[in-house]
Design a protein around this ligand. Structure first.
Ligand SMILES: *Cc1c(COP(=O)(O)O)cnc(C)c1O
Length: 479
């Protein structure tokens, strides 16, 4: 595929650009650029073709099955985007006087109320721009809480090894220290290790639940109790609420604070890195520490406030409005029954796949799962030399997206599968057939796997070279 600079033909101008309607000013010569700017010149149909070609080269949920574990690549209803593009929402400015945007401010309070109900929390902030940013915000709030109580020695955060990789990274960002604890043979928190780890210096626990193996920790009430009794706070990584929304509430399980990935569970397209919203919900005790721009309704008017001991601002203005607007649309569209049935379908689909594949592929924690499960291809690799990476590349030839690979780190040769809740049984059966076929091919024709994918737009890439020597911009002749 040609890049837009390679398609450019000198001399083409685009007459669609409106004439200048402000006075022209003569810029002093020394301030002018010496060389002309590298702008591609193309007639409009060629621009349109360029973007269509790019879209065709992209695989999304609209192209096929997309079971990317831990990422919740769900179908995002088009009505969400219609709402986000609605001019009265899309054309407002963050510095506009509050009384002129009351309708938009209601989007905050309405979404907050619904998410409070779903999570069991008492307040929600929409400032964080993504999941990891929500973790960071939550940890700053936990830190501020202990400091306010004169407990500055509480600087350790306990993170089980089955947590998402962003958890310890976020702890490091706040200057606190991660205490890693192992999981037991079911992939859940090792209670004895937790009891051993808590103490005077415990700031809190970060728990990813369901954990990265797709398991709901059966000891969850005991876990939160142990941390509370030691004086710590409980944080719930709710990026993957897709398994429990409308069914169980972290606020009822002893958690004080949670982040949600609205771009995962509550439907915003998020492949390629954004935009996102890592909304944070907290209990009453942490409310004074919320970031500012916290909207409050008073005397029929909504305005932004700064909570008493606010950690300050973690993002310009109030967060990614269009993402929580999509979340609101999604929740209202599904209603409370639809929300819980989305969770139930997600869990059913994952369990169906697990049970149809586990006679071939090893599933380490695998009697049942929540919205996703992890297979280990370690045995397959030992028997045939075919790795998880090879199988993932083979899947590309079947017009499907491969699962998440080599994550979680606790499982060797891991493939982590999360089938979206909207998939029909027919589609899931097709996917199961592909996995089974690849398993058989690994035994009958293992050499061929090193060449996969054979039919995708780009064939086998050298992943190390691609990562070490990324070519991320066009090189012009005159450079
Ligand atoms: C995706 C995910 C995150 C990180 O979210 P980002 O929006 O990518 O920053 C954190 N925790 C879990 C469990 C996740 O699945």
């Amino acid at each position: 595929m040609k890049l837009i600079f390679e398609r450019s033909v000198e001399g083409y101008t685009n007459e669609m650009i409106a004439p200048c309607d402000v006075p022209l000013v003569d810029i002093p010569k020394e301030m002018k650029r010496q060389k002309s700017l590298h702008l591609p010149s193309l007639p409009q149909p060629e621009i349109s073709r360029h973007y269509t070609e790019l879209a065709d080269a992209t695989f999304g949920i609209n192209n096929g099955f997309y079971p990317l574990g831990s990422c919740t690549m769900k179908y995002n209803p088009k009505i969400n985007d219609e709402m986000a593009a609605y001019p009265n929402f899309a054309n407002i400015h963050p510095l506009q006087p509050e009384h002129t945007v009351q309708g938009s401010l209601e989007v905050f309070t309405k979404t907050e109320n619904l998410l409070k109900e779903i999570t069991g929390m008492d307040a929600i902030t929409f400032q964080p721009a993504a999941g990891a940013h929500g973790e960071f915000t939550s940890l700053l709030m936990i830190k501020a809480y202990h400091e306010k109580n004169g407990q500055t020695q509480r600087n350790k955060i306990i993170v089980p090894d089955s947590a998402h990789g962003t958890n310890p990274a976020s702890v490091a960002m706040t200057g606190m220290i991660t205490i890693n604890i192992p999981s037991d043979k079911y992939g859940c928190v090792d209670i004895d290790a937790l009891k051993e780890a808590v103490g005077e210096d415990t700031a809190g626990l970060m728990l990813t639940n369901p954990n990265t193996a797709g398991i709901f920790d059966k000891n969850i009430l005991e876990i939160t109790k142990i941390v509370h009794e030691a004086g710590g706070l409980n944080y719930y990584d709710g990026a993957n609420l897709n398994a429990i929304m409308g069914i169980a509430r972290p606020g009822d399980m002893g958690f004080d604070i949670i982040h949600l990935n609205l771009h995962k569970t509550f439907s915003t397209p998020h492949g390629g890195g954004g935009p996102g919203s890592g909304a944070v919900g907290c209990k009453e005790l942490l409310k004074p520490f919320l970031p500012n721009y916290y909207p409050i309704a008073k005397d029929g008017k909504i305005s932004f406030t700064q909570p008493e001991h606010s950690i300050g601002q973690v993002k310009g203005f109030y967060g990614q409005f269009s993402v929580f607007l999509r979340a609101l649309t999604y929740i209202l569209f599904l209603g409370s029954e639809g929300i819980s049935s989305a969770s139930k379908s997600a869990v059913l689909n994952a369990n169906y796949m697990l049970h149809e594949l586990k006679d071939m592929f090893e599933v380490p924690y695998g009697e049942s799962c929540m919205h996703e499960f992890v297979m280990s291809l370690d045995k397959l690799k030992k028997e045939t030399g075919v790795t998880a990476l090879d199988v993932a590349k083979g899947i590309l030839d079947h017009k499907m997206y491969p699962p998440t690979m080599y994550f979680p780190l606790t499982v060797p040769e891991a493939l982590m599968i999360e089938p979206p809740e909207t998939e029909s049984k027919g589609r899931i059966d097709e996917a199961i057939a592909v996995y089974r076929k690849l398993y058989e091919a690994a035994h009958s024709n293992p050499e061929e796997f090193k060449e996969y994918p054979l039919y995708a737009q780009i064939h086998r890439v050298d992943e190390v070279r691609a990562a070490r020597h990324p070519v991320i911009r066009f090189n012009f002749d005159d450079e």
